[in-house]
Design a protein around this ligand. Structure first.
Ligand SMILES: Nc1ncnc2c1ncn2[C@@H]1O[C@H](COP(=O)(O)OP(=O)(O)OP(=O)(O)O)[C@@H](O)[C@H]1O
Ligand SMILES: CC(C)(CO)[C@@H](O)C(=O)NCCC(=O)O
Ligand SMILES: [K+]
Length: 306
């Protein structure tokens, strides 16, 4: 296994790596986790996660107006351009012949794209990428998964469990806020789903006549307040931290030695609010922004051919 971390991975070494690895189809992989708000990308060289980045969803309408070849070209560019930009390396430089995209894709070494998606409409778009594979629940070495469980929850749980140890509780502060826990036998114990911090704010702003759209405060707001904006912030923030604290405490009663990880786009703010309200609880929580990619890595290591 390669002993290289994201920290000491420079554009220079990347360029060398890409050049030397371009012909090794199995080494370079692009992992794409499709969430409800955005796309989360990870670049793997062998088992090593090199880089992560986020982008917007693709526009379903815009893509549907493209011809098949244009679609392929667009998807390849969407996946590859951020990598080329980061490493100042033309991944497809051997393939600049402006011929048909599909022919071009066939002739080039294109990293396979491995999807884990909870948004079927977005999954469908990516099927025109020349070398795409979708991870499903049955491929994960875990017990007790129920058929409608989100693949993001399962993959993240697997990643954290393998990286940090079992039992494991994962809190994903994304569009939805989820709790997902498994025991020492990698068996899903269960979890819970509630609207995420951002979604609570946007639904109040959008579904009421009298409430404005507000953003998440940088610090813990006052609890008892006499203005509308802060009252919304107070309700959402104190509601969420109380719920999170309560789920964690209950989980620790069941599994006193459990690892507890928090991930998702709102994790840093959530941790900050928790630190101000339940410092003892937050001391037990590990911030794991790349947790879902740990899950991808495990799937890659399981020996499934992509
Ligand atoms: N640059 C950003 N763009 C969009 N959302 C962001 C950004 N930075 C932080 N966030 C926060 O991330 C939250 C969404 O989290 P995340 O991106 O993890 O969700 P998701 O993975 O798309 O959704 P889910 O996993 O719940 O389906 C939003 O509530 C928002 O407040
Ligand atoms: C809960 C979300 C939206 C979180 O991304 C996703 O995991 C999902 O759509 N899950 C399906 C339902 C379930 O996990 O039980
Ligand atoms: K839905």
């Amino acid at each position: 296994m390669e002993n290289r971390s994201v920290e000491n991975f420079t554009p220079e070494t990347a360029t060398t790596n890409f050049k030397s690895r371009l012909n090794s189809k199995t080494e370079l992989k692009i992992a794409l986790a499709i969430g409800n708000s955005r796309l989360h990308w990870g670049l793997f060289l062998g088992p090593t996660l090199q880089e992560t980045w986020d982008t917007q969803h693709l526009s379903v309408d815009a893509v549907s107006q493209l011809s098949e070849d244009e679609k392929t070209e667009f998807l390849v560019q969407s996946a590859i351009a951020p990598i080329e930009q980061k490493y100042a390396q033309k991944l497809l430089s051997l393939c600049t012949n402006p011929e048909l995209a599909s022919r071009r894709a066939q002739q080039c070494v294109l990293p396979p794209l491995i999807l884990a998606s909870v948004v079927p409409e977005q999954t469908a778009l990516w099927q025109s990428y020349p070398h795409v594979h979708t991870i499903t629940l049955d491929q994960l070495p875990m017990e007790g998964l129920y058929p409608t469980l989100g693949i993001d929850r399962a993959l993240t749980l697997l990643g954290v469990g393998i990286q940090l140890g079992w039992p494991t509780l994962v809190i994903d502060a994304g569009t939805a806020l989820t709790f997902t826990g498994a025991d020492v036998n990698r068996r899903l114990v269960g979890g819970a789903i509630l609207p995420g911090l951002g979604l609570q704010l946007s639904s109040l702003g959008e579904k009421t006549a009298g409430l404005p759209l507000v953003t998440l405060p940088y610090n813990l707001p006052q609890r008892w307040v006499a203005d509308t904006e802060t009252a919304i912030k107070s309700g959402v923030v104190y509601g969420v931290v109380s719920a999170v604290n309560d789920f964690i405490q209950d989980w620790l009663r069941l599994f006193p030695n459990s690892k507890i990880a928090v991930t998702g786009g709102d994790r840093t703010l959530l941790l900050k609010y928790l630190a101000s309200t339940f410092p003892d609880t937050v001391a037990a929580v590990i911030e794991t922004p790349e947790a879902i990619f740990w899950g991808f890595r495990n799937v890659f290591q399981e020996g499934i051919e992509f």
